[in-house]
Design a protein around this ligand. Structure first.
Ligand SMILES: [Fe+2]
Length: 388
């Protein structure tokens, strides 16, 4: 079964990239010392976000890394990490004479850590790596190795070569893109997610769903990514409610961690209006990324409907629903209700007078270009109005 059918030879092409070495499974954090040794990392900088310091995880990773070297914990990233935090983390890297980065956390810690490794290796102005300027400097490669350790099942940032960093002067959430930001090794240990509260489990899990789903409906010939995305969507529907209801269920936590990795694997195709708008809203009101995607999800699906009925109906068939767009839409709305997602962007603090501004911020976002329906400011405003 395929989700997109192409019969023009020019459409039957693509640039394909699949992720990196991943150590997946409960308890595998104990492999960190041997991984660091194999990468010749004896003075790693552990980059994470402030929020995580309320949990035992940073100290667990620090003490585990200390079995083979001299790690330094730097926990100064915000929920939406900023350019000045990346610069501060880079200074900490040099002050410590670090030889690698352990990026630890949800999207914030992982993204900040990957950007610190990039800037520590290459120096200069971070924003030259912001899309689309990043296309001109792809020949630059940071030699600083990254070990990624996710503590949520959502972003998938552990298996991809970009970071979302807020440029607070504009403000905009910029996509920092460079192939050297792909972690050398990922430790995907679902035990690290069992302490995640139910609301964050739901929000990050909906981010994983949004990645698999938005990637699947990007109109591009990439059947490997489509297959991964479809299975990832089903996995989120099957296992997210279980993980939210019982955070200690390691089976559900494992499937969700895999689904998050699958989401970031499938979005080599690109994403769409959910993420373009979510980045704008997050930059303006600071709302949590996965939650914002989740609220937008049904409205973006409705907007894209004329362009995506066929792949969404195929997805519904794969999921053993009635093979229609409407059946899947109803299914995703039911999942949102089950895991406690609000239905309106105004619930996130978005104000109607900001719709034009948000649309103008979302349009140049690097995900807007791959949305299955062409976007402009009026169409983005129409999505925001429908969602308010
Ligand atoms: Fe996302």
């Amino acid at each position: 079964m395929t989700f997109w059918h192409f019969d023009k030879i020019d459409d039957l092409k693509g640039d394909w990239l699949f992720p990196t070495e991943t150590r997946f499974g409960a308890g595998r954090i104990k492999e960190l010392p041997s991984i660091l040794a194999s990468l010749n990392m004896s003075r790693p900088l552990i980059v994470t976000d402030r929020g995580l310091t309320a949990t035992p995880l940073p100290e667990l990773v620090r003490s585990t890394a200390a079995q083979t070297g001299t790690p330094l914990l730097w926990a100064e990233a915000d929920q939406n990490p900023t350019g000045s935090q990346v610069v501060a983390g880079t200074k900490a890297f040099h002050d410590h004479h670090a030889d690698g980065v352990i990026a630890l956390g949800g999207g914030s810690g992982l993204d900040c850590g990957k950007a610190v490794a990039l800037l520590a290796g290459l120096g200069g102005d971070l924003w030259r790596f912001a899309y689309p300027r990043s296309l001109e400097v792809q020949a630059e490669r940071s030699p600083v190795p990254i070990v990624a350790i996710p503590t949520t099942a959502g972003t998938g940032a552990e298996v991809e070569a970009s970071s979302i960093i807020t440029n607070e002067e504009i403000p905009v959430k910029a996509g920092i893109v460079n192939l050297s930001m792909m972690p050398k090794v990922v430790i995907a240990d679902p035990e690290l997610t069992v302490g995640l509260p139910a609301n964050l489990t739901a929000w990050t899990g909906m981010d994983a769903l949004s990645h698999n789903l938005e990637a699947l409906v990007v109109r591009q010939f990439h059947p490997m990514a489509d297959a991964i995305g479809a299975v990832g969507v089903k996995m989120c529907h099957d296992w997210l409610p279980v993980a939210v209801a019982n955070g200690r269920d390691l089976t559900a936590r494992s499937y969700m961690m895999a689904a998050a990795i699958m989401g970031a694997t499938s979005f080599v195709k690109g994403l769409g209006a959910m993420h373009a708008l979510s980045h704008a809203i997050g930059a303006l009101v600071g709302s949590q990324h996965g939650l914002t995607n989740a609220v937008l999800m049904p409205y973006v699906l409705e907007f894209n409907r004329p362009a995506i009925e066929q792949p969404v109906a195929s997805l519904a068939a794969y999921m053993k629903l009635e093979p229609s767009f409407d059946a899947y839409l109803a299914h995703v709305k039911a999942l949102s209700r089950t895991v406690g997602i609000p239905t309106r962007i105004t619930d996130l603090g978005v104000k109607r007078q900001d719709f034009e501004r948000l649309a103008a911020m979302a349009l140049p976002d690097f995900n807007a270009g791959t949305n299955p329906r062409k976007l402009d400011v009026p169409s983005l405003v129409s999505i925001l109005q429908a969602a308010s």
